[in-house]
Design a protein around this ligand. Structure first.
Ligand SMILES: Nc1ncnc2c1ncn2[C@@H]1O[C@H](COP(=O)(O)OP(=O)(O)OP(=O)(O)O)[C@@H](O)[C@H]1O
Length: 498
């Protein structure tokens, strides 16, 4: 384990430990980053990555170990102290205050406005106004604002914790280019991610944590992926299964028919059929109407035009309860809203999605406890901190949102980017679970911002561009180039933009 440039490391953390009551989050973690280097910090859900990042950014105090910056021991006693040492984080969840506008948020954290605006424009958010209320902005925009805010203060070491997990493909590419350019200009970056494609694209090295210990430090080179996975999981994992063969829909009428659906300002005219027994993927770049589509299907917003049919019957949803009554269940992308953060893991899994739907999930208590237990086991949810969901690692929180529908059983499942922030082993388990649910007769609509998931999890895919379905094909034919072309509104004969 001899990382490049240990002696000239900009940041050098050694022997870091941290305990939360009985939970040992970090036992002996080390991490070095040289000037101009991007180091991936990897590990399964709950390995301790976020805890280490929080210690390095002064949000948590370490129990033992030391941290050196440019060779000097530092005490990172607060986020302000870490910033003063040049360490700036972007965490898994948006950090701007929802009740304030952009300008007030900048003032509050003393972010210089001009550089911030420069980065916002550079990152492709063209229409941001300083008096926009944070609450009204989409999650993807908030993540970009967090990055712009961090870049505006010209950090020595930038730490990105699952920064791209909520972003659609086009914004991910822009973020990756920007981060790489920052490193090329001499800044150092710690990049926490579960996405190998991104790590291969921009990182120089990977430091791997397992159960709070640093277990490897590797140069990123072709073929390193399986080695990293082995280190992360402490043993071999099975290769991903490819489900995508022929369409698997059950015979008979479509479970859900969507016709000429229009909603908000972005969803113009979307039509497709979703059958029992199939997993239908949805691919779209940022803001092409996918949020509005899922919102309408979940009863969160009205359709302005078009119609829905469930099992051959015309329906109109005015409230989420209407959608649930027709058997449509949403797993939203935003776990912060999906979970009761100060309640336990079990309560979160068992809680009816909406208390007012009285006949929903009428399961005997004993039976329910068994189902909740089975779902926890199935997804290997880390229950060491199960008393309050907010104490779980980000990936484990996401698993809780998914465990709900495993515990309850569903007819039509609407999954909005369900695997963001989830480690590779669990992702594979989730694909298998989704398949199992479909095999049992569920119809699944699966929006993902990770194009590779289409082939791994879906039978068919529809691509939405500019509020319309522009292409639809079997998942077996869904290589990333074809999906990308379609997502950019290019037909098969057009060239991919280089
Ligand atoms: N405030 C806290 N109280 C109790 N336990 C905590 C707290 N914060 C983190 N933990 C526990 O520490 C362990 C490590 O969590 P951490 O968030 O660092 O993992 P991670 O590697 O970032 O995971 P993920 O990939 O899921 O985000 C987990 O078991 C988590 O439940």
């Amino acid at each position: 384990m001899t990382p490049a440039g240990t002696t000239s490391a900009v940041l050098d953390a050694q022997g870091v430990s941290k305990r939360f009551g009985a939970v040992v989050a970090l036992k002996d973690a080390s991490l070095q980053v040289g000037r101009g280097e991007i180091v991936a910090l990897m590990g399964a859900n709950g390995a301790g990555k976020s805890t280490l990042v929080k210690i390095l950014t002064g949000a948590l105090k370490r129990d033992s170990g030391h941290v050196r910056i440019h060779g000097r021991d530092v005490r990172l006693s607060s986020p302000g102290a870490a910033r003063a040492s040049g360490l700036v984080p972007i965490y898994q969840e948006p950090s701007l205050i929802p009740d304030l506008d952009v300008a007030d948020n900048l003032r509050l954290c003393e972010t210089p406005v001009e550089p911030f605006q420069h980065w916002v424009a550079e990152l492709g958010i063209a229409d941001l106004r300083m008096d926009d209320a944070i609450r009204a902005l989409p999650l993807a925009t908030l993540r970009i604002l967090d990055l712009a805010r961090a870049l505006a203060v010209e950090p020595d070491v930038l730490m990105l914790d699952e920064m791209t997990a909520a972003l659609p493909t086009d914004l991910v590419e822009r973020v990756l280019r920007t981060v790489r350019a920052q490193a090329d200009a001499g800044r150092s970056v710690i990049y926490v991610s579960h996405r190998f494609r991104e790590i291969a694209a921009i990182c120089d090295r990977a430091t791997v944590l397992r159960e709070g210990l640093t277990v490897g430090d590797l140069k990123i080179e072709p073929g390193i992926e399986e080695h990293i996975v082995e280190l992360m999981l402490g043993g071999a994992v099975t290769a991903p299964e490819r489900h995508a063969t022929a369409a698997r829909r059950a015979p008979g009428e479509a479970r859900l028919k969507v016709r000429g659906l229009r909603a908000g300002t972005r969803l113009s005219d979307v039509s497709f059929d979703l059958y029992r027994g199939e997993v239908l993927g949805v691919v779209a770049l940022e803001g092409q109407g996918q949020d509005e589509l899922f919102d309408v299907l979940a009863g969160n917003r009205p359709a302005l035009a078009g119609g829905l049919e469930v099992d051959g019957k015309a329906v109109a949803f005015h409230h989420p309860a209407d959608a649930i009554a027709e058997g449509l269940t949403l797993v939203p992308g935003d776990r912060a809203h999906a979970l009761l953060m100060s309640r336990s893991v079990r309560e979160n899994i068992a809680v009816p999605l909406l208390a007012r739907v009285r006949n929903w999930g009428a399961i005997a208590m004993r039976d329910e406890a068994a189902r909740v237990g089975a779902a926890i086991e199935r997804l290997q949810i880390d229950t060491r901190a199960q008393g309050e969901v907010r104490r779980l690692s980000g990936g484990n929180q996401q698993k809780v949102t998914i465990a709900r529908w495993i515990a309850k059983g569903v007819k039509t499942l609407l999954l909005f980017d369900p695997t963001r922030g989830i480690d590779i082993r669990t992702k594979r388990q989730i694909y298998a679970l989704v398949r199992e649910l479909a095999d049992q007769g569920a119809a699944v609509l699966f929006y993902t911002s990770e194009l590779a998931e289409i082939r791994l999890a879906c039978d068919r895919v529809v691509v939405i561009f500019n509020g319309r379905v522009v292409d639809s094909f079997d998942a077996a034919e869904a290589d990333e180039a074809r999906l990308m072309r379609a997502a950019y509104g290019l037909t098969a004969k057009d060239a991919v933009p280089s």
